[in-house]
Write a protein that binds this ligand. Structure first.
Ligand SMILES: [Fe+2]
Ligand SMILES: [Fe+2]
Length: 306
């Protein structure tokens, strides 16, 4: 077996991995971690999207919403199937964990309480998924995941288009729908910004990058997300706390990341700075809808694909 350093160098030079016997322990651990976060995030988006899908304003919209949910269950299944090949028990993953043990992104621990919030989740959160998985699809050294993501990427594009179409409609329909959209963006935009994690200058080493399980750093991914989200919100006349800075040639936030979040009122406290370890504590304590969503999956109310 080559040294860990040599192994990482080969991966950086384009070496692809097909199975467990080609991995070091470090690679296997890093891959399991990111696949669990990805699978949990896909699966938990399904119950998060469920209630308001039934509340969509037309039969057409409802059909699209429900097919998004079906896709997300399928995406969760793909990640868990890959984990099974790494020796993880899929039944245990889905049915054997307590709600607080799930590793999905914090955004899908939040209640989605009206149709504007649902389509904003498609426009902002599914877009974050596309940015994260698009990077993996293009750059990952784990060949089975790269192949599986071809199908996932196509479906995510449909989720995003559905979200953007409805965000446009709500922005233009009347003052009330525009206000609902603005209120949704107000709490969801900073959640998505936080989702990409610690800034690069605070993150000393990143196994997922060193093993080329992913290719882009947290800040590059955050910029890529803002690169399409900020122009969309500008076009719709929706206020966001970010803009493009000509001088530095990048998107900049108009607040000091990270800040406190009042979960009950869905309100960001922009003048209450916190540390990244506070953010990680908040994520680990899970959000207000975590138990409800895990129960929906585990009780079979929203069935994962078999
Ligand atoms: Fe998905
Ligand atoms: Fe999606």
């Amino acid at each position: 077996m080559v040294s860990e350093q040599q192994f990482k160098a080969e991966l950086q030079n384009g070496r692809m991995i097909e199975s467990v016997d080609e991995m070091t322990d470090g690679y296997l651990d890093a891959l399991k971690t990111i696949l669990t976060v990805s699978g949990d995030t896909e699966l938990m988006s399904a119950p998060a999207y469920y209630d308001q899908s039934l509340n969509a304003p037309s039969l057409n919209a409802r059909t699209s919403c429900v097919s998004v949910i079906q896709d997300e269950l399928g995406h969760g299944h793909i990640a868990y199937r890959l984990l099974e090949d790494l020796g993880v028990d899929r039944e245990e993953l889905i049915y054997g964990r307590e709600p607080h043990e799930w590793r999905n992104t914090y955004g899908f621990d939040q209640p989605i309480e009206n149709f504007a919030e649902l389509v904003t989740a498609h426009g902002l959160f599914d877009r974050a998924g596309i940015v994260l998985l698009g990077d993996i699809h293009e750059n990952t050294s784990y060949a089975p995941w790269k192949r599986a993501l071809t199908k996932v990427s196509k479906e995510e594009q449909f989720h995003l288009r559905h979200g953007e179409t409805w965000m446009r409609r709500l922005a233009r329909k009347n003052d009330k729908t525009r206000r609902k959209l603005q209120e949704a963006v107000d709490w969801m935009f900073p959640i998505a910004i936080e989702w990409f994690g610690l800034p690069d200058d605070k993150k000393r080493h990143d196994d997922q990058l060193e093993y080329r399980i992913k290719g882009m750093s947290n800040d590059e991914l955050r910029q890529a997300w803002m690169d399409s989200t900020v122009p969309l919100c500008d076009e719709l006349g929706i206020d966001i706390p970010a803009h493009y800075d000509e001088e530095s040639e990048e998107y900049v936030l108009e607040y000091d990341l990270p800040v406190a979040y009042d979960e009950e009122n869905k309100e960001w406290l922009f003048d209450e700075p916190i540390s990244w370890s506070d953010v990680i504590d908040r994520w680990r304590s899970r959000g207000p809808a975590n138990e409800k969503y895990v129960n929906m999956i585990q009780s079979g109310k929203v069935e994962p694909a078999a």
